[in-house]
Design a protein around this ligand. Sequence first.
Ligand code: ADE
Length: 843
Amino acid sequence: MLLFLLLVLNSKTNAQIDPALCRYPLGMEDGRIKNDDITASSQWYDTTGPQYGRLNREEGDGAWCPAGQLQPSDVQYLQLDLRHLTFVTVVATQGRYARSSGNEFARKYRLDYSRDGHRWISWRNRSGNEIIVGNVNTYASVVKDLHPPIITRFLRLIPVTDAVHTVCMRVEVFGCPWQDGLTAYSAPEGQTMMAPGYPITSLNDSTYDGVLELLGGLGQMTDGVIGQDDFVPMLQYQLWPGYDYVGWRNDSLGPGYVEMEFQFDRQRNFTSMKVHSNNMFSRGVKVFSSVSCAFKPHLISEWETEPVEFSTVLDDRNPSARYVTVPLERRSGTALRCRFFFADTWMMFSEISFQSDTQPPTAPRAPWIGLPTAPGKCGGTSVLIGCLVTIILLLVVIIFLILWCQYVCKVLEKAPRRILEEEVTVRLSSCSDTIVLQTPPVPPRMSLDPPYERVFLLDPQYQDPAALRVKLPELSQSAECGGGYAEPDVTQCTPHQGFQNSVPHYAETDIVNLQGVTGSNMYAVPAVTVDSLTRKDISVAEFPREHLIFREKLGEGQFGEVHLCEAEGLAEFLGEGAPLPEQDGRAVLVAVKQLRADATSNARNDFLKEIKIMSRLNDPNIIRLLCVCVHSDPLCMVTEYMENGDLNMFLSQREIESTLTHANNIPSVSMADLLHMAVQIASGMKYLASLNFVHRDLATRNCLLDRQLTIKISDFGMSRNLYSSDYYRIQGRAVLPIRWMAWESILLGKFTTASDVWAFGVTLWEIFTLCREQPYSLLTDEQVIENSGEFFRNQGRQIYLSLPPLCPSSLFELMMRCWSRDIRDRPSFSSLYQALRPHAHHS
Ligand code: ADE
């Protein structure tokens, strides 16, 4: 236990800044940034001055608005003084809502920043783009991650416009204190590695914000992103090979070392320096053999003569990239000059950080989206002991709470619902670990509004429709089956589907029931009785299973496995006109989904239902069932084989087509390919919608690609272990793809073609992020559910997926329409198809 604690503590004190954790609101919304520290280039009226530019606040006339109409050439800004150097990772913007009388917002903006208040630098993303896409309406806050993050004290938000517009902004910035205090480093420019058989690897410092030749700025070595063991692929940003590292070649730098200078905000007693270094010795890269650091008490004084020297233990066996910690003996200084000596042909660093004894600035208090409060620093023995004791006490309390919660939850699960109604809310809210998404001490405007309840999916009363209706009467009205919705929809027009049964249907469904495209959605398909399916009901041809020759396993999950098989004689078996891909010879490759031998009778029934439904689907963009083996166990369904696997895997292994991808033979897709994919999915979904068939799990993981990149919608995802983090388990009973689900599906269990449209919007978003990120990756599952409550309440607190860098804004507007709160406002699949088709060159 103690060892564990020491490890925890150790990892804490050693932790480098982690951009994924450093995302605390810096105080626009809650007022920690004082009015005096918010200034602007101009203001329209006193009531739209800079002090009104606070996110989610409604004081004055509701936002900061610069004077006059903004011209495309204007530079107007809202300036924040954060008082300390700060690592800024996220910016959120809103327009002027003004209790619904406002009409102004900034569609685009850019950022300038300054560490000293004199030299201003324009922020650019990792592809060199300055413009950030902002708001599409006056109320929703659009949250943008900054890649790279900014280390700054002063920040300017500069609205950008293409046409003459009045713009107004409310903002919040997120981040954490920059405790290193490093204000600049200088180094020789990184070089390019060219070796036969390898891609050209550019090891420059591409986000450096000083002057060229690396002087006076910060860059990749302080962006919190550490490189992988192999320096060629990038960890996070699909830019170019070697992006994560800055590297130098020994023979190009005369003296056998790389000299770097580091300047700090004030004099510090340095305890250590950590250098994250590559060690891929098989390619001539090693950590430095030794380092020598000299100190300067003041920026203008001379270097002290006694340097600190440190030799590393070279490692020829383990090629892992690693942090090398260089002890700095508590030497005092405002600047350091370190010489890193080569141990091999190349030396490559991805991150450098400094630890010193000076007190860090006070950490911000308000945690954002459920993160722990900002880390303080445990330094010195007494503080260390204090920290240890606090952690032990905290752990004891947590363990006690967990045990208590487990006990209470168990009791509650067994208790009849009647008992739960009154008392459970309070008790369970501690069990279900509710987290408030967009914080806040309720701002004055909100306190005038009628109070609202938060909806917790985990709370049993929301699984009890009667209680839910009492609690949220407007929920039952607002979520009614949409009469005006473009496509008639059997499921949709079953009012209150979630209420019709005694609980939202997924709540009591077990995992197997939710599997398959096709598995549990069948009530929407006309003329299919699903209650008592037997093998006799299946009209698709029975194929002799001994003619299926196993080739390899494609996937596995709850229900069983999917295999790639050769189907001997399948072409003859199916006869003329069979929908088979062209093959040489007699054997045809097929995908065989096989039910586990020990599957429950429910699972067997679902499997047979899935077969029945699939056998009725016939569309070029829907996976085709070819034949089955159901006369004996294990039950099998045979579908066409899609050589390029699922779309999620396919896209995540590709980059957007560019001269670089061409030159280096990097697998790529073009924008036209992406649009063509979107069109095909829209077309397949249009077909399903025309049958009133609700898919319920549309996502890139459920779209398969054949050799010609034709997409076919399928549904194996639910059962794939591979994507299990995309699904949310409700107390062990149901598995739900909550990040793709419309708010009404999450809160009411209401699945309709309109909720498929919502999922289509998320699928489009995945496509244009090249599946690099999970939707709402910053939110926990519980926060995603909370967010659907915000969609329902519609008070401007809901969080939308943000515009992917590759995505044209017209397409993003289409996505946003798919995520309309009111299902009547969502487009139909026909109109989505019509809207997308002209843009895809393939069709
Ligand atoms: N994985 C699951 N089903 C598949 C199919 N039909 N083709 C290729 N891979 C798959």
